[in-house]
Design a protein around this ligand. Structure first.
Ligand code: CTP
Length: 429
């Protein structure tokens, strides 16, 4: 059912919902109370209300109010106004904590306003609810009477455990295709279903996502890849054929190759476990995991013919024409890391390995990846690859060879030092 902007809100009194003030960040409460005591409306909004209703710990606490940015600034000495298009107030607290306070706003309408007004289109609480993307993200908690205000049917959707777009999904996706991504993010993270029309419109409009800015798509992927929920997210993205949309030829190949998709999901489970444990998985490692099943496929298919495997990977990345834009340095790091990982895997199979590999700049990341792939976790304290290799091939000749070379070099240095000392003594005489 489509959610439109004409209804009276459904108000849930304190006695009928579980949100308690002790679950709200004390600094967010201070902000809410000061706004309220100064005569303004003060609502906790967005993800915090959703998470509290679901019994989860919110990541951050955002506030919405009818106070204008200038009025908010006057109330808080620790307030900084940010943003050029829409001015937001950041109230700063100890330890770098920020409570974001936004004035209620509405979607700017193309026809009825002069250009200048489009930047700060303030609105009513109802308009603010209807400009939001998903019903479960559009609930308000009113500090005035501790009730929940629901203009869009979000409470029912939480009860039904489903994600539903606010308004007409086709219109909302056309306005901003990233909303399709966000629907999949929240459905997969909460293990919610997607409301029928919200889902059907994704199937119709999914290609629009490729028209969004490549760097914005990258920002969105960053939020999901290290969220600890990347497995259900990628599984759902693939079921809507969205990997092919955001990752071009790479996504299509992964979606169409059963083995690659299964391998990717297995790897992502390992990544999620490490992210949730707080193992400090880097961005490079996360993206290397994402591309590894595809890279393995390329190397298996074309690697034996390629003189330079690193160049082969760089060329294949270019040929995939991904709408998402990975920063150049990240793409290069991923290619180098996966190149080394491939050499490690070959070494483990054949028992032959060039020890110079361990001196490469991307070796530490490749070793962490190796550990995740082989053991399912990051092996702290020792080099997981060398350890595994030595266990399997204790008599590997390469190691001995390197030791001999190192000794020879040392002997040479010693003798040349003696020579210098000797010639110095000669000169002194
Ligand atoms: N929002 C929106 N449309 C967007 C982005 C954000 O309507 N494209 C609104 C939603 O109400 C959302 C809130 O702004 O709840 C905050 O957005 P964001 O921080 O991206 O997400 P959260 O809901 O806070 O969820 P989380 O941070 O837990 O991912």
């Amino acid at each position: 059912m489509m959610k439109t902007g004409t209804s009276e809100p459904h108000i849930l009194p304190r006695s009928a919902h579980p949100i308690s003030r002790k679950d709200i960040d004390p600094d967010a409460l201070k902000v809410l109370y000061r706004l309220h005591r100064s005569g303004f409306k003060a609502y906790l909004v967005g993800g915090a209300v959703r998470d509290l209703l679901l019994g989860k710990k919110p990541k951050d606490f955002d506030v919405a109010t009818d106070a204008r940015p200038g009025q908010i600034k006057k109330l808080f000495a620790n307030c900084f106004l940010i943003g050029r298009r829409f001015r937001l107030a950041h109230i700063r607290f100890k330890g770098g904590k920020i409570i974001e306070v936004a004035t209620f706003r509405r979607e700017p309408h193309e026809l009825d306003e002069p250009e200048a007004d489009k930047n700060n289109t303030f609105g009513t609480p109802m308009e603010d609810a209807f400009r939001r993307d998903i019903t479960i993200n559009a609930l308000f908690y009113d500090i005035g009477n501790f009730s929940i205000i629901d203009y869009v049917g979000g409470l029912e959707d939480i009860r039904q455990r489903r994600v539903c777009i606010v308004g007409d999904p086709s219109v909302r996706y056309t306005e901003d295709p990233v909303r399709m991504w966000r629907v999949i993010r929240y459905a997969s993270r909460q293990n919610f279903s997607i409301e029928e029309e919200t889902a059907r419109a994704i199937e119709i409009h999914r290609e629009l996502l490729a028209t969004s800015s490549g760097s914005r798509l990258f920002e969105e992927l960053n939020k999901d890849i290290l969220s600890g929920f990347s497995t259900p997210f990628f599984r759902m993205m693939a079921s809507y054929h969205m990997l092919g949309v955001i990752l071009g030829g790479i996504g299509k190949k992964v979606e169409q190759t059963h083995g690659m998709m299964t391998a990717l999901l297995r790897l992502l489970e390992t990544l999620d476990a490490a992210s949730r444990k707080g193992d400090g998985v880097s961005q490079n490692i996360a993206y290397s995991i994402l591309f590894w099943p595809w890279v393995q496929g390329i190397l298996r298919e074309k690697g034996s013919l390629a003189g330079d495997r690193m160049k082969l990977l760089a060329d294949e990345f270019m040929a995939a024409s991904m709408p998402i834009i990975l920063p150049k340095v990240l793409r290069t790091n991923v290619i180098h890391t996966l190149y080394i990982l491939d050499r490690m895997m070959n070494g483990m199979r054949t028992g032959r390995m060039k020890w110079m590999l361990t001196k490469r700049a991307h070796y530490p990341d490749a070793a962490v990846l190796f550990s995740l792939l082989e053991y399912g976790h990051i092996n702290q304290g020792q080099d997981p690859f060398l350890h595994a290799f030595r266990m399997k091939y204790p008599d590997h000749a390469g190691e001995r060879k390197e030791k001999v070379q190192r000794k020879r070099r040392r002997r040479y240095r010693k003798s040349s030092k003696h020579q210098v000392e000797a010639s110095g003594r000669e000169a002194a005489r």
